[in-house]
Design a binder for this molecule. Sequence first.
Ligand code: GDP
Length: 412
Amino acid sequence: MPAIAVIGAQWGDEAKGKIVHFLCRRADLCVRFNGGPNAGHTVVDAHGEARLHQVPAGALHPHCLGVLAHGVVLDLWALEAELAELAGQGRPPPRLLLSERAHLILPYHRRREEREGAAQALGTTRKGIGPAYADRAARRGLRLVDLFHPERVEERLRAEDGEEAAQVLAELLRLRDRFSPAVGDARAALAHALRAGQTVVFEGAQGTLLDLDWGTYPYVTSSPTTVHGIPWGTGVRVEFAAVVGVAKAYTTRVGAGPLPTEERGAVGERLRESGREYGATTGRPRRCGWLDLVALRYACAINGFTHLALTKLDVLSGFSELKVAVAYRWGGRRREDFPSSADELFHAEPVYETLPGWGEGIAGVRDFSALPKAAQRYVRFVEEFVGVPVALVGTGARTEDVIVRAEILGYT
Ligand code: GDP
């Protein structure tokens, strides 16, 4: 069965871009179904480092069609800039299909985000994503298809942009004409591809713990980030051959919200520097800490992961010992489960298990048996604790820096 879901298992930035790019080496379609240009998926290949915000990571392979399904919110200005940047790296233009039902992010969404203070309070990426999804739910959004019926667009822009409306409209119509060959019925194309037995990789943006419903509400993003976002954001029902959860070997988070295993001192600093933990979209330093297995087990339960990709294991080299959270303590009691309330999570203190570290660098290792015994033990501890096999282990930023432990559709 050729459908694979790739889902962030933590608070985003888990290296989904690299894992998706790896899994798409033989895929026909790569589909973004949620979020917008707040994603910052990094791929390092022969052309250099690509920072992808809207272009699906698989679409860097010339054989793979990148689909932006209707669940994403689309910033056409940003998409144009992103394509120009990729071209500047000498890459062939990605093949894209943009759902005509996708909602547009417009300049007034960014303004509203600043004005309403969400950017400051939640630490959002300031790209207008939240306001665009809010307009969609409030039934006053504009979709790509509306650009082919500009009267309604003009009316909305006049209400929002005042004197600048004419200029914004002219820009939008230019972008419409530029992208119109790529605009179409993404649901129908996807359903057809799945029926025809083509290999489809669904590329989640952000992570499970930022999901609108399953994340640490209200410190979340404004779309579904879990596997349940796939039917929501594409309109197709999929039998997945694999649902791959991507988790870093430690924990990071950008923006506000609870993070029980956060290390504010030397450990956090070291993870940040070794892991280059600065936002791909915003450049902000990420908050860093030990791996939280309570949170990861919860993400496994929400998504029904069949496999895990444990990324950036190489960043843990050189620590004499490594901690992993196996429970929380709050209200004087030990808790095994991830709470529904962010307030409770703010007060949760991690209960740690300490595992031996390893001194050797493991960058670029591609064979599990070539890892130091302590690194092997760390990986095994994770999979045994959460009950999901770690199929892929990341040992470096390049797409090929990966250990394949279990066969996923013959991707060995
Ligand atoms: P995404 O948004 O989930 O795709 O993750 P990001 O791209 O924001 O963050 C992952 C970062 O780690 C990027 O800079 C990647 O190039 C880099 N990276 C990915 N996998 C590995 C790995 O296994 N080891 C190391 N050291 N870096 C990695």
